[in-house]
Design a protein around this ligand. Structure first.
Ligand code: NCD
Length: 316
């Protein structure tokens, strides 16, 4: 089986087989992370353009590590230090970089849909590394891989996602990935971040503002970062959020025994998560980071190393 699509812009249009295929393809790259020598020559001579129009630490370093471990060269754009600051349009910036002939573009942007806009205008594959409040497909894949590894499968799991669901591209991609495997998804957070439209994202989604109810029977908990600027805006004080939603050892104990705890990072200890939970045995946070490199290696390998014109239906 080869990749059915040329770009990875979102998980929403992918089928269960597509996601399972990408997770399976990440397996050999997980092995490589465990080797003392981690560098391959698979993408030698290829160039990966890393276009981060919005600041990022872990996702950018994860993609650049993935590219380096495949032997590819990278071109780096970080918006703070680029011509974007001088007022250049997105299209002019990406056309300029494209003229330097990269083989694949990895792009993060604060505007939802920006990677798709670029993908429609350039001839090379584009991987979305997080766009606005839309999607963060590689995060969705690495979360699915982490859960599948720990539990052994993804079918029909009870998954609870806690935080600012409305503005979370991570929540969206996680939902699209996990719903394909029949996971029963519960979304939990203050009512202002839990609009009714969220129910439409996948069949059987439950919106549950009370955390005690959202934790019952949960086998997987995904805690989202709190964007403090958003919290303060509509007048929910931080200490109130902590009181109502912080993942504490007591709350973790209300989920199923041994429930997994995921957080996409960067986490704010003492706000959305108690350090004892973040560092406890149920936490998968560092595995998520390690798996992120493997998932991104698999994608770069498939998208930059694949035969030209192998695209098909899907997100193309
Ligand atoms: C997330 C992001 O930027 O979307 N972080 C990440 O990529 N691991 C989550 C967040 O910033 O809240």
């Amino acid at each position: 089986m080869t990749l059915r699509f040329r770009h990875l812009l979102a998980l929403e249009p992918l089928l269960r087989e597509d996601i399972a295929f990408l997770l399976d393809q990440s397996k050999p790259f997980q092995e490589i992370q465990r080797n003392p020598l981690k560098k391959l020559a698979t993408l030698r001579g290829k160039t990966v353009a890393l276009l981060f129009f919005e600041s990022s630490t872990r996702t950018r370093i994860s993609f650049s590590t993935a590219a380096a471990r495949l032997g590819a060269d990278t071109m780096n754009l970080q918006a703070e230090a680029s011509s974007v600051k001088k007022g250049e349009s997105l299209l002019d910036t990406v056309r300029t970089l494209d003229a330097m002939k990269p083989d694949v573009i990895v792009m993060r942007h604060s505007a939802s849909g920006a990677p798709q806009f670029v993908a429609e205008r350039l001839k090379i594959p584009v991987i979305n590394a997080g766009d606005g409040v839309h999607e963060h497909p590689t995060q969705g894949l690495l979360d699915a891989l982490t859960i599948r590894d720990r539990i052994g499968h993804l079918d029909g799991l009870n998954v609870t996602i806690i935080g600012d669901i409305q503005h979370s591209r991570v929540a969206r991609s996680d939902i699209y990935a996990l719903a394909r495997f029949g996971c029963r998804i519960t979304l939990c957070g203050p009512a202002m971040w839990l609009p009714r439209e969220c129910e439409q994202m996948a069949p059987g989604i439950r919106l549950v503002p009370r955390i005690e109810e959202a934790l019952r029977d949960a086998q997987v908990l995904i805690v989202l970062r709190v964007q403090t600027e958003r919290l303060l805006e509509p007048g929910l004080p931080l200490d109130e959020y902590i009181r109502l939603y912080q993942m504490t050892p007591g709350r973790l104990a209300q989920a199923q025994p041994g429930a997994l705890l995921l957080h996409p990072g960067p986490m704010i200890r003492g706000l959305e998560i108690d350090p004892a939970v973040a560092d406890g045995p149920q936490s998968c946070i560092l595995e998520q980071v390690t798996n992120g490199v493997a998932v991104r290696m698999a994608l770069l390998y498939l998208m930059a190393g694949g035969t030209p014109g192998s695209g098909g239906p899907g997100t193309d």
